[in-house]
Design a protein around this ligand. Structure first.
Ligand code: PLP
Length: 413
């Protein structure tokens, strides 16, 4: 069967909640994927950072297979010998005391919201049902009913009301706005250190430091959503480490599952998480031995050189992207192995760029119509990275010629 047949079939039976590029993938290995017609592409998006270790990573597939043959799922009705090693490792790497393991990023965020509210009532003394959580405008934290309630994207909320109350959105990157928004009922500030889905928006240096100071002074929890930015993506284990701060809790997911299965976590300190007793939270699959085993191995691999690769090769990636001079490009931003290239929408849409890159064997996806995102696997080599970036540059040059006609090499320089 050919590409169009699969697309037609999928569109018949799958609700159209996404707008995929017209490619039907069949197989993946390392940084490469193949479509049903045998064409090969480099994966420069890695499932929104979830495939940091590359496709079908041998080490991860081995531990997955072994554990699948040993014990996969028991629910949390019983202890297993796999959960403690994972949480011990997570705590050792992050400096937090405890965690709650869930499955998806959204579930980790929901966990953070519940923990923040409970802390607000039981420790801070906020009157019952009055707790507020401050968030940033243009955030993306997932798709549950409560999470979309504090989105500022109209389409994420349209016809899904009534929405969950108790959230207040302030401009991202504006520490003063946080200071002004805090009331005695504020339990937490929940924010992405770098806004991913909005287009890899990096706040000004010092923002998180100011935010940390303001939260501490006002007895407000600082909760960072590291679902996309965490686990090595920016060249450090967590993005907040670039600012040398310590938050009160973090959410991680995506790459934690090694690209093989979903697993997420909310990590925090003992005095906060000990408020969550039996009956307060749970998940049938949360903390299952199979996911815990894969995650533990994935964390070891991060420590053994992958974060360092994102840090060092990330500098090169940044330079290469910044050096692609084109009137089509408005801005390049990001760090480590995570970039957003914003296009001038009067000339070209980010989707057109991605479709053109497909013809060059390079896979990535636009976000918010104007931004092409890059989040290559952390295992990528310089040669592979060059392959992806060369394809991107070729696509841009072709589009320049088509969109801007007389634009030529001389005006590029
Ligand atoms: C920062 C952030 N938080 C939460 C989520 C939600 O994760 P999931 O899709 O696993 O629910 C995402 C997904 O893109 C994200 O980028």
């Amino acid at each position: 069967m050919k590409t169009q047949d699969f697309i037609t079939r999928e569109n018949q039976v799958c609700a159209q909640t996404y707008t995929p590029l017209p490619v039907v993938l069949h197989k993946g290995k390392g940084v490469w994927v193949w479509d049903v017609e045998g064409n090969k592409y480099i994966d420069m998006m890695t499932a929104y950072s979830a495939v940091s270790f590359g496709h079908a990573n041998e080490r991860l597939v081995n531990v997955l297979t072994q554990q699948a043959q040993t014990l996969s799922l028991t629910s949390r009705a019983f202890y297993t010998d796999r959960l403690a090693p994972l949480l011990e490792k997570l705590c050792a790497m992050s400096g937090f005391d405890m965690g709650i393991i869930m499955n998806t990023g959204a579930e980790a965020v929901e966990t953070a919201v519940k923990v923040a509210r409970r802390w607000g009532y039981e420790v801070k003394g906020i009157p019952s049902n009055q707790a507020e959580i401050i968030v940033a405008q243009n955030n993306f934290h997932g798709r549950t009913t409560t999470i979309i309630s504090f989105s500022t994207e109209a389409e994420y909320q349209r016809d899904f009301g009534p929405l969950t109350p108790g959230f207040k959105a302030i401009p991202f990157g504006d520490a003063k706005a946080l200071e002004q928004a805090i009331t005695p009922n504020t339990a937490a500030f929940l924010v992405e250190p770098i806004q991913g889905e909005t287009g890899i928006i990096t706040p000004h240096p010092g923002y998180l430091k100011e935010v940390r100071r303001i939260c501490t002074e006002n007895n407000v929890l600082l909760l960072l959503d590291e679902v996309q930015s965490g686990l090595g993506r920016t060249g450090k284990l967590f993005a907040y480490q670039h600012e040398g701060i310590i938050p009160d809790g973090i959410m991680i997911a995506k790459a934690l599952g090694g690209g093989l299965l979903p697993i997420s976590a909310f990590l925090s300190q003992r005095d906060i998480l000990s408020l969550m007793g039996p009956g307060s939270h749970g998940s049938t699959f949360g903390g299952n031995p199979l996911a815990a085993t894969v995650a533990l191995e994935a964390l070891s691999m991060l420590e053994e050189g992958l974060i360092a690769n994102a840090a060092t090769l990330g500098v090169y990636m940044n330079e290469r992207l910044q050096n692609i001079k084109s009137p089509l490009i408005k801005e390049v931003r990001g760090l480590g192995f995570w970039y957003g290239v914003e296009f001038n929408k009067e000339f070209v849409s980010a989707r057109e760029v991605c479709e053109r890159m497909l013809t060059k064997g390079v896979l990535t996806k636009d976000t918010h119509k104007t931004v092409v995102r890059f989040a290559p696997p952390l295992i990528i080599t310089k040669e592979e990275l060059d392959y992806g970036l060369n394809g991107f540059e070729e696509a841009i040059r072709e589009l320049e010629d088509e969109k801007l006609g007389g634009f030529n090499q001389a005006s590029r320089e």
